[in-house]
Write a protein that binds this ligand. Structure first.
Ligand code: JAH
Length: 270
């Protein structure tokens, strides 16, 4: 997979060269190219932003440097035969989640356009949407200072799914296709423990040391459901949530320590 990133802070992207991604690069799985948007600025001050039409606070990224930068990257001679998918990280985008990561990992070529300030002139997205697939994507309901950190998170999520990336492909399989507890089943992960069995007066749950695999599986599924009800009820179907609430009122089960927002606090389930 080829990955290009365009940013006014190319040094910000340096961590991509390290660790996990560095290994993917060494193995030839990823061909990463980082570009400085200012190389395509038009004036000697290398201006990339201007005031917004219609007024308002802050600055907007000018379309011309972006057009020239993206044209140059897309026409790059060393590039794959087909067109890239253009990814624009923005808090106004559709949610980037594991399903989107799985779609993007099948692309031959990704180009990330990292905006700063109040964002990029919308005509840049509108123009490239006529030439290739464009995905405006949000990492979550949070505003950063620019798209770089979001792009790094997205790239890590996508690259680790490439066939041949991890040492242990089973761990990926389990994550994305599990039918038991866990994210693949639409639940949060169950809590995990390792040695020592007793630490600062806290014990590893007895069931996990019992050697009874069917009890272990049942406990883990139960824990995953409790966590999901308490922390991410939005992940559950109304029917599953109703079931969990009935279960809760019958068994009065305690949910492990976690702060739940007012909005997500449910009657009968803490
Ligand atoms: C902020 C351009 N949802 C993550 C995310 C992605 C991008 C940005 N913020 C948050 C952002 C300012 C300018 C992009």
């Amino acid at each position: 997979m080829r990955v290009d990133v365009v940013s006014i802070f190319p040094d910000y992207l340096a961590p991509l060269e390290l660790s996990l991604l560095g290994k993917a690069r060494e193995r030839g799985l990823v061909d990463l190219h980082i570009h400085d948007l200012r190389a395509w600025a038009h004036d000697r001050h290398r201006t990339v932003d201007d005031t917004p039409y219609g007024g308002g606070a802050g600055m907007v990224m000018k379309p011309e440097p972006w057009g020239d930068a993206l044209d140059a990257v897309i026409e790059s001679s060393s590039a794959p035969a087909g067109p890239p998918v253009l990814v624009v990280p923005t808090p106004s985008g559709m949610p980037f989640d594991q399903a989107v990561a799985e779609q993007l990992t099948r692309a031959e070529w990704l180009v990330f356009a990292c905006g700063r300030y109040e964002g990029i002139d919308q005509r840049v997205v509108d123009h490239y949407a006529e030439r290739l697939e464009v995905r405006e994507l949000s990492l979550g309901d949070v505003v950063l200072n620019g798209g770089e950190v979001a792009a790094m998170a997205m790239i890590e999520a996508v690259v680790r799914l490439l066939p041949g990336f991890v040492g242990n492909p089973e761990s990926l399989q389990e994550e994305s296709h599990s039918t038991g507890a866990g994210l693949g089943a639409g639940l949060l992960e169950y809590p995990v423990y390792t040695k020592p069995a007793s630490w600062r007066g806290l014990e590893v749950p007895e069931v996990l040391r019992s050697g009874d695999h069917s009890r272990v599986e049942q406990w883990r599924l139960d824990q995953a459901r409790r966590r999901t009800v308490a922390r991410r009820p939005d992940l559950l179907t109304p029917a599953a949530l109703a079931d969990a609430r009935i279960e809760a009122s019958v068994h009065e089960y305690p949910v492990s320590t976690c702060a739940t927002s007012e909005k997500r606090t449910l009657g009968g389930v803490r």
